[in-house]
Design a protein around this ligand. Structure first.
Ligand SMILES: [Zn+2]
Length: 847
């Protein structure tokens, strides 16, 4: 039984047989709050009359199926979420009348009732294969078609889709028909429907190819936080940049951005109808990194309008290219076209780190993954696909040059507009534009997994100058590929209290050892920085002198990107048990107060928190955690009033608070004692403080009190997280039930719970959840669905209990399990994290 899976081979067979002329989709959203009526009419041709195929419709109750005027029996034809279609003619019409279910997992057509005011909001999320939960489809990216949506809804609703929203036609009883014009040719997964009592603001972009209407939408209860002016500004900057850079007009007419609730990802590139998580409209003070990230998301989705929506991958094998390109393009556009001109530093400090992390897990895979079926696609939607892929495209740009890279892209868009393509099509466009052979490059970077490490190797002469300098390249034994890297090398000296770059060269690293003759004769610098400029994707090592320079004065380095590389090198060395966690915590405490990059400020304290709680030797841990807590408090007090550093350090201090002094201070902040100068104790910060107290077991009635004062979905999610973080057996049991077992818990609430559940220092109360986790891993995939199951298994793994005993029990489970493959993947990843922690602890024991 195929179930909801679909293989690449099945899709290729179906694509060879069919051409889908059009879809007409009639949806009635007024039939109740559990289901909606869905009637789909598909016109399609078949190359082989008499042949058979199938259409897709998942989780539906089918009432009527007609193929070419002949009525078919749903009970025999709609089996296992597929509709078997036999005896095809050259031209066919399929009509399917069904009732489909609203979703509460963020997959399909999600329905949300706002607790703040009882208003109803719907939105669709179809990637990868979920349009078939809303209408009957041939669900695969290369069967593009035109789609006509006719939607019956309450007449006062906003109804938004890929085509411009039509005027409602009254049907009586407060209902209306919203009859949309046919869309452009597109894939099913980027069609969309958003409907409900949304707030709407319209604006326009006037560009070189004409006017694009720009809509912004959000829930009524978020209207005060919809910063339309800023969002319109970024959107216009993005369009101006991409229309010029891609040399192709925006293809989908209007451009709506809809901020929607309980959203699983960051956003989705539905053609002309982009959905984004509505946490991007914050009600409380957020640091600049938040806005920098939001800007990157807006530009990422916009880049997809060309790369993904106009030209679409043939099959999900090229999902990586879709996502990696949008990632690369959004940072490139952010730097070139918006105020976030340091975004590549932010990328190095934050996003790129997620790629390095994922690439060192046992589940890593080549960027170009073998996505032979939909199950494979689901598990490969990871940071290899996004962050590593974007980093490798950045290296490709350094390899061929930005001008040739853009020239190749422009030709690619023109050649494949409204069609489907494969990676080889892009590669040959880039080869033609650059004159460089790229097949070999693609083979080593895209078809192999793992991250290389680059370390300096040198000898000094009697005067302290390099008599030899080389770059040593290594790889993990399981992923032994050595690659060609275009890198910069920087030599920095301490001059007048600053670390100043004396020399910079660029060179091609190839094989295990690359000599760098250009730098022979240069005096050994205080800091030798490989991959300066961050062109390549590789872990770098600091030599002894350079590491000492970093620990004693990283903040003397003025260039934020160079600092990001040093921060990253130190963190990698800590994770790889080459630097003691204690030393890493000291490095952060000594230098983070002077960090200026938005992402550096936001992210680096969280790595040091992990180092203190998880990577320190048990015998040092109490002392280091206490030093970290005190240090963060001191940094918070010393930070510039009203700065991002102040806000981040207060949040980090709260999350690490265990001493009576800190906890009492958090309580008085909540109770209205004078705050730090310039610090607003706003709603989200209040929840951080309540959660910190809850985690220490002294929230009392504060969770209930805070929720009573904040009766929003955000408040409910924060309250659920705060409850889950308590060191209390009953609270843990209830959180486990809601987060890991109960399929009816809304997706975002469940996510908040599992993120808060495992806390360092709660060993006794968490101990039973090792067995519970391994038990649940066998059934969670079926019980909770793909998205919730992934989140649950990822975040609820008991890494915080890392010990040889935990390692042994997980290994024993792995040896005998019959759990589904994706679930086993998460357990293996958890085991790898435990082993990494144990190695780091052993290294720290020598400190
Ligand atoms: Zn994307």
């Amino acid at each position: 039984m195929p179930g909801t899976n679909l293989t690449r081979d099945e899709a290729a067979t179906r694509a060879a047989l069919l051409d889908v002329t059009s879809y007409t989709i009639d949806l009635d959203l007024t039939t109740g709050d559990k289901t909606f009526a869905s009637t789909t009419t598909i016109s399609f041709t078949a190359t082989t009359p008499g042949a058979s195929t199938f259409a897709d419709l998942v989780g539906a109750v089918v009432h009527e199926i007609t193929l070419n005027g002949e009525s078919l029996d749903p009970s025999t034809v709609h089996v296992d979420d597929r509709l078997e279609l036999t005896g095809l003619q050259a031209e066919n019409t399929l009509v399917v009348r069904a009732d489909c279910a609203y979703s509460h997992t963020g997959e399909g057509l999600h329905r949300f009732v706002d607790p703040a005011d009882g208003r109803v909001y719907l939105y669709s999320q179809f990637e990868v294969p979920d349009a078939r939960r809303v209408f009957t489809t041939f669900e695969q990216p290369d069967l593009k078609s035109v789609f006509t949506f006719n939607v019956t809804a309450p007449e006062d609703w906003k109804v938004v889709s890929n085509s411009p929203s039509p005027a409602p036609q009254p049907l009586g009883d407060g209902k209306a028909l919203f009859a949309f014009a046919p869309t452009q040719r597109m894939s099913t997964y980027i069609t969309a429907l958003v409907a409900g009592e949304y707030h709407e603001v319209q604006d326009v972009y006037e560009g070189k190819y004409g006017t694009i209407p720009l809509g912004h939408y959000c829930r009524q209860s978020l209207v005060p936080y919809l910063d339309t002016e800023e969002l319109v500004k970024l959107t216009r900057q993005g369009f101006a940049f991409f229309e010029e850079a891609f040399d192709y007009p925006y293809p989908f007419g209007k451009y709506d951005q809809l901020y929607v609730p309980e959203y699983n990802m960051g956003a989705m590139e539905n053609a002309g109808c982009v959905t984004l998580r509505d946490e991007y409209l914050p009600r409380s003070r957020q640091p600049r990194s938040f806005y920098e990230f939001r800007c990157s998301v807006i530009l990422h989705e916009m880049a997809h309008m060309w790369f993904g929506d106009l030209v679409t991958m043939k099959w999900w094998d090229d999902l990586w290219l879709n996502e990696s390109f949008a990632e690369w393009a959004c940072y490139h556009a952010e730097v070139e076209a918006t105020e976030y001109t340091d975004s590549w530093t932010g990328f190095a400090n934050a996003r790129k780190q997620t790629g390095y992390r994922q690439d060192q897990l046992p589940s890593t895979h080549p960027i170009a993954a073998d996505n032979f079926d939909l199950h494979a696609v689901e598990v490969n939607f990871d940071m290899i696909t996004y962050a590593k892929g974007a980093s490798v495209l950045k290296q490709l740009v350094a390899w061929v040059g930005i001008d040739d890279f853009m020239a190749g892209l422009r030709q690619y868009f023109k050649d494949h507009a409204f069609g489907n393509s494969e990676f080889t099509d892009l590669l040959s466009a880039l080869e033609k534009a650059s004159g460089r052979e790229l097949a070999g490059w693609a083979e080593e970077w895209l078809r192999t997994a793992g991250v290389n490490t680059l370390a300096p190797e040198f000898e000094l002469d009697a005067e302290g100058a390099y008599s030899r300098l080389a770059v040593r390249q290594t790889a993990h034994a399981d992923w032994p590929t050595l690659r060609r890297h275009r890198i910069g090398i920087g030599l920095y000296d301490e001059v007048g209290g600053r670390l100043v770059r004396r020399t910079y060269v660029e060179t091609d690293v190839e094989g295990a050892l690359t000599e760098v003759p250009e730098l022979v004769g240069e005096k050994q610098p205080d800091l030798l920085l490989l991959n300066d400029s961050d062109h390549t994707y590789a872990k770098i090592r600091l030599d002894e002198r350079s590491l000492a320079t970093a620990v004693s004065g990283l903040s003397k380095l003025d260039d934020s990107l160079a600092r990001a590389l040093v921060w990253g090198a130190a963190w990698d060395m800590t994770r790889d048990a080459e630097m003691a966690a204690t030393d890493y915590v000291d490095l952060v405490l000594a230098n983070i107060g002077a960090e200026t990059d938005a992402w550096g400020v936001s992210r680096i304290p969280s790595t040091a928190s992990t180092a203190a709680a998880l990577y320190t030797a048990p015998e040092h841990r109490e002392e280091v955690r206490s030093r970290w807590e005190k240090g963060m408090h001191a940094l918070a007090l010393a930070a510039e009033p009203g700065s991002d550093s102040q806000l981040t350090f207060v949040r980090t201090w709260a999350a690490s608070a265990r001493s009576e002094e800190s906890l009492a201070a958090l309580e008085s902040l909540l109770d209205g004692a004078p705050s730090l100068d310039g610090l607003a104790v706003d709603q989200d910060l209040r929840w951080s403080l309540v959660t910190a107290l809850a985690a220490a077991g002294r929230a009392g009635t504060r969770i209930d009190d805070e929720l009573a004062a904040d009766a929003t979905i955000s408040g409910q999610e924060h309250a659920a997280a705060a409850r889950a973080s308590q060191p209390d057996a009953a609270a843990k049991a209830e959180a486990w039930r809601a987060g890991m077992l109960d399929a009816s818990t809304p997706n975002e609430t469940a996510r908040s719970i599992v993120l808060a559940f495992m806390r360092a220092g709660q060993d006794d109360v968490l101990a039973p959840y090792v067995a519970e986790y391994l038990e649940v891993a066998g059934s969670v995939w079926e019980n909770l669905g793909t998205h919730r199951a992934s989140v649950a298994l990822n975040y609820a793994f008991p890494t915080v209990l890392a010990s040889p005993e935990l390692e042994a029990s997980v290994q024993e489970w792995l040896a005998t399990t019959t759990a589904p493959v994706p679930a086993v993947r998460f357990v293996r990843e958890g085991l790898a994290d435990v082993q990494r922690a144990l190695a780091a602890q052993a290294r720290d024991a020598q400190a």
